[in-house]
Write a protein that binds this ligand. Structure first.
Ligand SMILES: [Mn+2]
Length: 400
């Protein structure tokens, strides 16, 4: 039996606006990054030429919203057609759901004069599990299902699991929330959809599960420690919930051996979110510490970085001003000042500064939400600067 090579990716979210993500991207850079997000189909094609897979698995969220421009859909199907004769399987997720009148609807495509899905692509269009053969591999099947709407699904897709087909290589595609997932985009409460547990996935008995929905690369292990499946994660970092290296997965299945998982770099830059403790440093000290931090985080000139400074710098040192020079080191640097000026008598009620600080700290403690807290923090920092006789410098605009 020949080994089976799978190329896996998901959660491209092409057509993402990339606004309101707390990165304050310039218009020019945002346009560039949007084009990078939208070029996922071409990058998958390039990866496929390197990997030479037997099958490509795409478990959902290829586009971000139903109103994705037709031009982006066209790019997608053109890249898929160029993958031929490699068979491609798509299991629509909650963003690219397979509802009537959408891009998975052949009649809708014909009416709009858009290209049909190429012959090498198989789309799961039903909400119930379905098992299909893999063209050219009579030892392999793919079992999948589709989201038919963007609504969250509370039902457990693997309880009970679909019947494990008899084929030696039985692949599963599942768009949903692994309950133990711990990535930065891990859902809290109701954002969870089609939930399943590690035990349910292991128990379903498939050779490999290609998972979509969560955006960080994460392998799900069986109870014996071998890999049952993985989230490849999104191939392009779009925000602070998609930090670090991004990848496509090459998975090799070989008879009884555990699956071999290799990552292929899928993004030309990364989003990094790092935090610096001011630790009483002056401007030079802060710059030096920030440089060391960026180096340690693996920042490269193409990256998008948010650097938050916390704690207390040396008296009179303004962290943001000290670090502005670093902006040239990466493609986009967001500086966040969360420092507190711990001067003596900071909360001494016999001084104006002390009374002001105590009053604002009381308001801070009673603030109803994160936005109000942030507004009070800024008022406190600027007001104290003014009371100390220093020119208050408003911080750069930020998404609260
Ligand atoms: Mn997604």
């Amino acid at each position: 039996m020949a080994p089976l090579v799978v190329l896996q990716s998901s959660d491209w979210h092409v057509g993402s606006a990339l606004s309101g993500r707390g990165l304050g991207l310039t218009e020019e850079f945002r346009a560039k990054r949007r084009e990078e997000v939208d070029s996922a189909p071409e990058r998958l094609l390039a990866a496929s030429r390197e990997v030479r897979p037997d099958v490509v698995l795409l478990p959902g969220d290829l586009w971000d919203a139903e109103n994705v421009p037709p031009a982006l859909f066209r790019r997608l199907v053109e890249a898929f057609a160029a993958l031929a004769p490699v068979p491609v399987f798509v299991a629509p997720g909650n963003h690219d759901f397979a509802g009537p009148g959408g891009f998975f609807d052949e009649a809708f495509l014909a009416a709009l004069g858009l290209p049909a899905w190429p012959g090498n692509v198989t789309v799961f269009r039903r909400a119930s599990w379905e098992t299909l053969p893999v063209p050219g591999r009579d030892d392999t099947t793919v079992t999948g299902r589709a989201f038919l709407s963007p609504l969250l699904e509370a039902g457990r897709p693997l309880d009970p699991p679909p019947a494990r087909p008899l084929a030696p290589y039985a692949l599963l595609m599942l768009h949903g929330s692994l309950e133990s997932y711990r990535g930065p985009d891990a859902p809290t409460g109701p954002k969870r959809t089609a939930p399943f547990s590690r035990a349910e996935l292991s128990g379903a008995g498939f050779s490999w599960a290609a998972l979509g929905h969560h955006h960080a690369f994460e392998v799900v292990e069986r109870l014996d420690g071998s890999a049952a499946g993985a989230y490849s994660g999104s191939p392009t970092g779009r925000g602070l919930d998609e930090t670090g290296p991004r990848c496509f997965l090459r998975v090799t299945l070989d008879a009884g051996a555990p699956p071999k998982i290799e990552t292929l770099v899928s993004d030309c830059r990364q989003v990094l979110d790092v935090s610096l403790e001011a630790g009483g440093r002056d401007a030079d000290g802060l710059r030096e510490a920030a440089l060391a931090l960026l180096l340690e985080a693996g920042a490269t000139p193409g990256d998008v970085v948010r650097l938050t400074v916390r704690g207390s710098p040396a008296g009179g040192t303004r962290a943001i001003h000290a670090l502005t020079d670093l902006k040239g080191l990466v493609a986009h640097l967001v500086l966040r000042d969360r420092t507190v000026n711990e001067s003596e008598g900071r909360t001494d009620p016999s001084t104006a500064e002390g009374r002001f600080t105590l009053d604002l700290e009381a308001r801070l403690a009673a603030a109803p939400d994160a936005r109000s807290r942030r507004v009070i923090e800024m008022a406190c920092a600027l007001g104290r600067e003014a009371l100390l006789g220093r020119l208050p410098v408003p911080p750069p605009a930020e998404d609260v």
